[in-house]
Structures are given as structure tokens and as C-alpha cells.
Design a protein around this ligand. Structure first.
Ligand code: AHG
Ligand code: MN
Ligand code: MN
Length: 338
């Protein structure tokens, strides 16, 4: 069978954008390379401590780092070396990282990234991931990027995607013309097109939410959960409850099978937990491109403007019919406080 690699696919698709000069293609390719390096580290995660002599230095004389810090460094290094990006916003850094170098000073893009999502699962051999979002800068070229370059709505994303470091490593992305998924073939070290033109089922039978927070959920969410648990053959209820605690992995499963993921407001997190810029906007872009929906319970996620780098939002994301149903419950039983 003829395989198509991520690199080949990106070049083919560049023709879709007649004015493209190849910068976005190179940036996507750089993300693919950095994620292979991170995947290598993730697959060795359990070994690093064993191989480390003191717990601080491994056999190669390298400093043993927490994987999320390591992933952050890998992506930042790739963006700096690639020259297509003039600033980075990362979950791991309080402020933006402006880039100004000979190769980056005319860069058109900024990248927002959650380098390793699902941190509670890193040490227990459960899937984790990376989420990224690419915007065109608003500031003039010839200077490093600025905070204001990130304060856009999700509708202005040029591309977005994620990588799941799971039973296999998968990269899924969109540039606004559908969603395509690539699986890493470790024997050749290439991401190969395995899931062309992904569409999320309009209706699924999975709901994903941390029910430990149930007592502090908005009334609309409580009522919706009960609805998910009621029996009704026509709508395949009761739905199954599935919650990994890695947003990327929960999202990916629901994208493939159909389902809804909810992270609502809670007592601990009155405005939700997930970050608008580098968690919600990119996956909202993907889900809409796949025919699904993403809402904060009342408003479309992609229309929300980022006001600060690490701002959070409640999130309802997944199969269209399921998100619409959950929104009906929110409208009837909860008032909008976000
Ligand atoms: P991160 O590891 O990047 O900080 O993100 C953690 C997130 C997300 O991956 C997951 O869906 C959520 O936290 C789980 O939160 P709870 O443990 O509160 O359910
Ligand atoms: Mn995260
Ligand atoms: Mn993270």
C-alpha cells in the first residue's frame, strides 16, 4: 500500500493556498519533528529515573527533567530554529516568549502551545498530548511578536492541531479545510496519513466529565448528566462515562467515536479550568472542521476573544447534537455568568 507522509501531505496542500510561500508548511513540519522528539521521551518516561544515576542526571550525563518542561523546551527550540514564528505563548511560561533573530525577524506567525497536556497522567503510563494553535501576527514584521498578537478570537486561527502520545503516536491538524490525522510509523520514523478527512459523528454515546466535582456543577450540567444516564433506546442512552483526565486523549476518543467532553465551572475553578488560547480554541477549531461543536455553555468558543494568555473558560465540546442538548439544559437551568 502506498503511504503518504505528513511532509508529502503538507506540500500537496500548500497548493490550496495560492499565495502561500511555504512558511506555514515549514512550521507544521517543524511541529511534526518536535513531536517525534517528545514522543521518544514519553515512551522512555518510565526508564529515565531508573537510568538516572542520582535521580538528577541520567546515564548520558543529561539533566533529568520533568517531561512537560522537556516538551516545552523542544517545541521552543524547534520554533526558534525554524524562523517562521515571532513569538510563542506556552502553558509553561507566564509571559510570551518573543523571538528576534536574523531568521525570525520577518516571521508572520505566532504559536500558542500546551506542550504536554494531561500532566497528572505523565508518570502512570496513560496517554498525554500536545495542543497547538497558529495565528498570523497583528504587529508589524521586523520586530519581535507582542502580547497583542495573541489577543485574537479563535476564528482567526490559521491552523491548529494536537498530538496524542498514546498506544500509537498520532498528529491531527486542520488549516480550515477539514481535519486530517497521521499515525507515526516508528519503523520509518514518519507520520503517515491514516485518518483522512475526519468527521465526528453527529450523535455519540459517550460523555466525559470529572464527576467528582458534581456537587458544585451548575444546575444545567447536573440535569444534563442525569439525562445522559437515563434510559432511552432512540438516543442510545444511557451513555457510557469515559474520563481519562488528559483533555487531548478524551477529545481524540470522542472525535473518533462521537461523544461530549465537558469541563464546566466548579467551586475550585469558577470560570472553568481549561485555557482558552492553547487548549479550547485549537480543539474548537478542529471539532468544528470535523462537523462538531464547541461552546462555553452559552456562546461559541471560537468567537471568544483571548483577553489574557492563561484565561480559562467552561467548555462543552464534541458531537453537534450532544453539545446542542447540553446547551438547552444550560439555558433552562443555569444563568450565564461567564
Ligand atoms: P495540563 O496537564 O496541561 O495542565 O492540563 C490538565 C487538564 C486536562 O488535560 C484535563 O482534561 C484536565 O486538566 C483534568 O482536570 P481534572 O483533574 O480537574 O478533571
Ligand atoms: Mn493541558
Ligand atoms: Mn500542559
Amino acid at each position: 500500500m502506498k503511504v503518504k507522509t505528513l511532509g508529502q501531505f503538507i506540500i500537496e496542500r500548500q497548493a490550496d493556498f495560492p499565495y502561500a510561500k511555504g512558511e506555514l508548511s515549514r512550521l507544521l513540519r517543524d511541529i511534526g519533528i518536535a513531536s517525534k522528539i517528545v514522543n521518544r521521551a514519553v515512551t522512555k518516561a518510565g526508564l529515565i529515573e531508573i537510568l538516572g544515576e542520582t535521580g538528577e542526571t541520567n546515564v548520558h550525563g543529561e539533566q533529568v527533567k520533568k517531561l512537560d518542561v522537556y516538551a516545552n523546551e523542544q517545541f521552543i527550540a524547534a520554533f526558534k530554529a525554524g524562523g517562521e514564528v515571532c513569538a510563542i505563548a506556552s502553558e509553561e511560561n507566564d509571559d510570551i516568549i518573543p523571538i528576534y533573530s536574523d531568521i525570525s525577524k520577518n516571521a508572520k506567525y505566532v504559536v500558542a502551545i500546551d506542550p504536554l497536556d494531561g500532566s497528572s497522567n505523565i508518570d502512570v503510563n496513560v496517554s498525554v498530548g500536545t495542543i497547538f494553535s497558529i495565528y498570523r501576527r497583528k504587529s508589524n514584521v521586523g520586530a519581535p511578536g507582542q502580547l497583542s498578537d495573541f489577543l485574537q478570537t479563535g476564528l482567526e486561527q490559521v491552523a491548529a492541531g494536537y498530538v496524542v502520545y498514546g498506544s500509537s503516536c498520532m498528529l491531527v491538524y486542520t488549516t480550515g479545510r477539514g481535519v486530517n490525522g497521521f499515525t507515526l510509523d516508528p519503523s520509518i520514523g514518519e507520520f503517515c496519513l491514516s485518518h483522512p478527512d475526519i468527521k465526528i459523528p453527529e450523535q455519540g454515546a459517550i460523555y466525559s466529565i470529572n464527576e467528582g466535582n458534581y456537587l458544585k456543577f451548575p444546575e444545567g450540567v447536573k440535569k444534563y448528566i442525569k439525562y445522559c444516564q437515563e434510559e432511552d433506546k432512540a438516543t442510545n442512552r444511557p451513555y457510557s462515562s469515559r474520563y481519562i483526565g488528559s483533555f487531548v486523549a478524551d477529545f481524540h476518543r470522542n472525535l473518533m467515536k462521537g461523544g461530549i467532553f465537558i469541563y464546566p465551572s466548579t467551586a475550585k475553578a469558577p470560570k472553568g479550568k481549561l485555557r482558552l488560547l492553547y487548549e479550547c480554541h485549537p480543539l474548537a477549531f478542529i471539532v468544528e472542521q470535523a462537523g462538531g461543536m464547541a461552546s462555553d455553555g452559552f456562546n461559541r468558543i471560537l468567537e471568544k476573544r483571548v483577553e489574557s494568555l492563561h484565561q480559562t473558560t467552561p467548555l462543552f465540546i464534541g458531537s453537534k447534537a450532544m453539545v446542542e442538548k447540553a446547551m438547552e439544559f444550560m439555558k433552562e437551568y443555569s444563568s450565564e455568568k461567564v
